[in-house]
Design a protein around this ligand. Structure first.
Ligand SMILES: Nc1ncnc2c1ncn2[C@@H]1O[C@H](COP(=O)(O)OP(=O)(O)OP(=O)(O)O)[C@@H](O)[C@H]1O
Ligand SMILES: [Mg+2]
Length: 317
């Protein structure tokens, strides 16, 4: 049976004034995955997300959340979504817990354990009874995520959630979001303009530029887009010059470095060529300390390549 998408967007268009901003966005995101919605500034990420969470009206196209069409079953659809778009409103003079209580009252959530569970999920339990005015930015972000989690949504949508966080905060948030998707089965959608960040957080990414979807890729597909038919491997060896001489590869396939030999091997050969090389080196008395594949094109490069055509001269329109 085909899995039902938790978030399904089809042919979504949106105009602001006379300008069409979204030109027919299609995407599907599933439970159990962190989906990265990636695109340059002004691409249309926030606009798409705002429509999906009900903050902007839907004009043309279809958005379904857990099978509920937001144009027809708005309430049911929204009951499945937790989101943070722009900074969630928090009362600074109140404690984190009182903010969540207030929100629970607004949403008609009566079970008090919900707050503790949401706070535990974002690891804010120790500080939840302090005033929000004393929170750091990262703590406020966590409180925002806790709030978005309180009604146990199957879809969590966060617009640029790591904005302003330090590396430690980014890692912690990443771990929390991965846990929610991979362990709890939630569908987590995060937007960003940074490929490097998406690489660490997401299972799949959808790339948007200038209001159009360029494609949806698994993280592996993106990585494999680099380098054509050859795959580079970096061999850490005791004697790179001797290794180059005995490896049996033509000179254009090897690069001698300091303590390392970089070799370019056929991608479709699988693991066998590496094993063969390893044996040859050992037979020739050369020690091999490590082998690692080299990412010949950074993910950032792939992202720029994919979005460049759409972006034109790089000007934000
Ligand atoms: N209220 C508005 N009125 C007119 N144009 C708007 C409005 N909101 C957004 N836009 C335009 O829509 C386009 C997409 O904006 P959006 O905020 O969705 O981009 P984004 O992908 O979230 O970018 P960023 O990475 O900078 O957050 C931009 O050209 C923007 O100027
Ligand atoms: Mg945005």
């Amino acid at each position: 049976m085909e899995r039902q998408a938790v978030l399904s967007v089809k042919g979504l268009k949106k105009s602001m004034g006379r300008k069409e901003i979204l030109h027919g966005i299609d995407m599907e995101c599933f439970g159990g995955e962190v989906f990265g919605f990636l695109g340059p500034n002004g691409a249309g990420k926030t606009t798409t997300i705002k429509i999906a969470v009900g903050l902007l009206s839907l004009e043309t196209g279809e958005v379904k959340i857990c099978g509920h069409d937001i144009a027809k079953d708005f309430e049911e659809a929204m009951a499945c979504v937790g989101g943070i778009v722009e900074n969630p409103e928090m009362y600074k003079y109140m404690t984190g817990r009182d903010n969540l209580k207030q929100y629970a009252r607004m949403r008609g959530i009566t079970d008090p354990s919900v707050i503790d569970e949401a706070v535990a999920a974002v690891k804010l339990t120790n500080r939840i009874d302090e005033k929000v005015s004393k929170y750091s930015l990262g703590m406020r972000q966590r409180l925002g995520v806790a709030q978005a989690l309180m009604h146990k949504p199957r879809l969590l949508i966060l617009d640029e959630p790591t904005n302003g966080l330090d590396p430690q905060g980014i890692k912690e948030l990443r771990d929390i979001l991965k846990h929610l998707a991979h362990e709890n089965g939630a569908c987590v959608v995060v937007s960003s303009h940074l490929m490097s960040e998406m690489e660490l957080m997401c299972d799949r990414i959808g790339i948007i530029a200038k209001g159009s979807m360029i494609g949806t890729y698994s993280m592996n597909e993106i990585k494999n887009r680099s380098a054509g038919d050859l795959e580079e491997h970096i061999l850490e060896v005791s004697d790179p010059v001797a290794a180059a001489a005995v490896c049996g590869l033509s000179p254009d396939r090897v690069t001698i470095g300091e303590g390392v030999l970089t070799v370019r091997l056929e991608k479709d050969g699988g693991k066998a060529p590496v094993a063969r090389l390893n044996r040859t080196l050992i037979e020739n008395g050369i020690d091999l300390y490590s082998v690692r594949p080299k990412e010949t094109q950074s993910l950032e490069d792939v992202f720029i390549e994919l979005t460049e055509e759409e972006k034109g001269d790089g000007q934000i329109e």
